[in-house]
Design a protein around this ligand. Structure first.
Ligand SMILES: Cc1ncc(COP(=O)(O)OP(=O)(O)O)c(N)n1
Ligand SMILES: Cc1ncsc1CCOP(=O)(O)O
Ligand SMILES: [Mg+2]
Length: 504
């Protein structure tokens, strides 16, 4: 029997269960991971905060780590509170000898600021932990103390902060390494976490909640460790962690008269989504794109205007024209022809892929854009022209990017392996599709795409998404007419429902 992969938290014992090891283990259980824990310190605490700390005995700590390793290497390590330098030294040696992803969530003081542990990270220990970590998650006070930087409250991180983070914590390592400076303890309408690498500084913005909760940093960091162990990028891990921590604070559990505990298995929805503004875009969300006028259901994506005409005849209501190889006058003519034909069938929602200028010119119902397209498309022009916007997403960070643009629907994919085009993304599968669909509800209709055959459409529909976009299942069907009839039977298009409603 092979050992089940495991995550390791090296953190303090919090008797309330709200933070540290207990919160990490509960978070990992909620994510389907086996968690293990090594204790750096025992604490006396309750909902009012930490009342006392006793550091772990170093020989026992070393023995615990060595004994655990005999069962196998961890898939990722999360380091939390360390109250004494001797413990920090032991932990640094341990992680320096590992190959797996490491998340360091420094804890320098309890929320009331009563227990300063900064001295435990002196003598170069903070630098060693930082330089071994793939991700450092620190709030502003912690980063300020560790880097000896003046406080920073509002707006983007000052240049002195970015320079210090890069030169002391990041530059020695690989470019994928990052620091997330969390914004929970700043103020303003939003709470912004700043994601900083050797080459980028990105804001991950959340709606500020009217309260804080004990252990939100532990939940955040442990989600990051789990997702790094699964091979997600640091930015994707940070985006999902922010979403889950936000939901956990929003649904915090009362633990006494003081602060409530962050819920480790909170169900996140679209109110919890962080958003990742485009470069130069303000943190303020732009106005929403127009809502869809009908349901989506079966959503074929086809390569030319003739296909659109045929689908309209066959009763399909939501269609995408995805022209890849034609340009100039012929492209404009096809888009105009398809848009004109779609306008003549009430209830039709025709999206034009990529070609947003021609779509505006033709007065299309909507456009569908990919992640790269949003950097070059004139989104305000599409909005002003009243077109709906659909956006492709494949990862949590891309979802955060899409949420910054407030589109009319969000597509998630690839759900299954697709042969249509090479994609650098792992298929989501139905479980993750269900999960991400929940994150996007109730704000966004969700379209599933990628490798969906007619045989899988019922299962995709059961995840609660609003529609299934398919290419090959229609365009490469032996009998496309029959395939469309079958698909409309499984998931009726809005035209059918509009007709049905009109007949009632
Ligand atoms: C409904 C839907 N979802 C995703 C896509 C993919 O769009 P994009 O990422 O722009 O890639 P291309 O289709 O342009 O290759 C889509 N077209 N429709
Ligand atoms: C364009 C696109 N974007 C994500 S998956 C995909 C391909 C969908 O094609 P198919 O339905 O044939 O797998
Ligand atoms: Mg595109």
């Amino acid at each position: 029997m092979t050992t089940t992969a495991y995550l390791l938290t090296i953190d303090a014992h919090d008797p309330t269960g709200g933070s540290g090891q207990a919160a990490d283990l509960a978070t990992w259980a909620a994510l389907g991971w086996r968690g293990t824990s090594i204790t750096t310190a025992l604490t006396a605490q309750n909902s009012y905060g930490v009342q006392g700390v006793q550091a772990a005995e170093v020989a026992l700590l070393r023995n615990s780590l060595r004994t655990l390793l005999a069962d196998g290497e961890p898939a990722a390590v999360k380091i939390g509170m360390i109250s004494h330098a001797a413990v920090a030294e032991e932990v640094a040696q341990f992680v320096e000898a590992r190959q797996c992803p490491v998340v360091w969530d420094p804890q320098l003081a309890s929320a009331d600021g009563s227990e300063p542990w900064a001295q435990a990270h002196g003598g170069g220990l903070a630098m060693r932990l930082a330089q071994r970590a793939d991700l450092i998650t620190a709030n502003r006070a912690e980063a300020s103390a560790l880097l000896d930087l003046p406080a920073w409250e509002m707006g983007p991180p000052p240049a002195a902060w970015i320079n210090a983070i890069r030169s002391r914590w990041l530059e020695a390592g690989a470019p994928h390494r990052a620091v997330v400076v969390k914004g929970g303890n700043a103020w303003g309408a939003h709470s912004t976490d700043w994601y900083i690498t050797s080459s980028t500084v990105l804001p991950l913005v959340s709606r500020r909640l009217p309260r804080s909760a004990h252990g939100s940093g532990s939940v955040h960091a442990s989600v990051c460790a789990a997702r790094l162990a699964e091979g997600w990028s640091v930015l994707d891990a940070a985006a999902e962690a922010q979403l889950r921590a936000h939901a956990g604070i929003d649904q915090a559990i009362a633990a006494g008269p003081g602060r409530p505990n962050t819920r480790t298995d909170a169900r996140a929805d679209s109110d919890d989504l962080p958003w990742l503004p485009l470069p130069g875009q303000s943190e303020e969300a732009p106005p929403d794109f127009a809502r869809l006028s009908g349901q989506i259901g079966f959503y074929p994506v086809v390569p030319d205007a003739d296909w659109v005409l045929r689908l309209l005849e066959w009763g399909v209501c939501t269609i995408q024209l995805r022209i890849k190889e034609i340009e100039g006058a012929e492209l404009r003519m096809q888009i105009r022809e398809a848009v004109q034909a779609a306008r003549e069938v009430p209830g039709t929602q025709l999206f034009i892929n990529d070609h947003w200028r021609e779509a505006i010119e033709a007065g299309a119902y909507g456009v569908h854009l990919g992640q790269d397209d949003v950097h070059t498309a004139d989104l305000p022009a599409i909005h002003t022209a009243g077109l709906r916007l659909g956006l492709s997403t494949h990862t949590p960070a891309e979802i955060a990017r899409a949420h910054a643009l407030r589109p009319s629907y969000i597509a998630l994919g690839p759900v299954f392996p697709t042969t249509l085009k090479a994609m650098p993304y792992r298929p989501l599968g139905l479980e993750r599709l269900t999960q991400w669909r929940q994150w996007l509800s109730p704000r966004y209709p969700v379209v599933a795409i990628g490798g969906i055959s007619l045989g899988q459409m019922s299962a995709v529909r059961a995840t609660g998404v609003s529609g299934a976009a398919v290419v090959s299942a229609v365009t490469q069907a032996v009998n496309p007419r029959l395939a469309v009839r079958e698909a409309l039977h499984i998931w009726p298009a809005c035209a059918d429902e509009a007709v049905a409603q009109a007949m009632v």
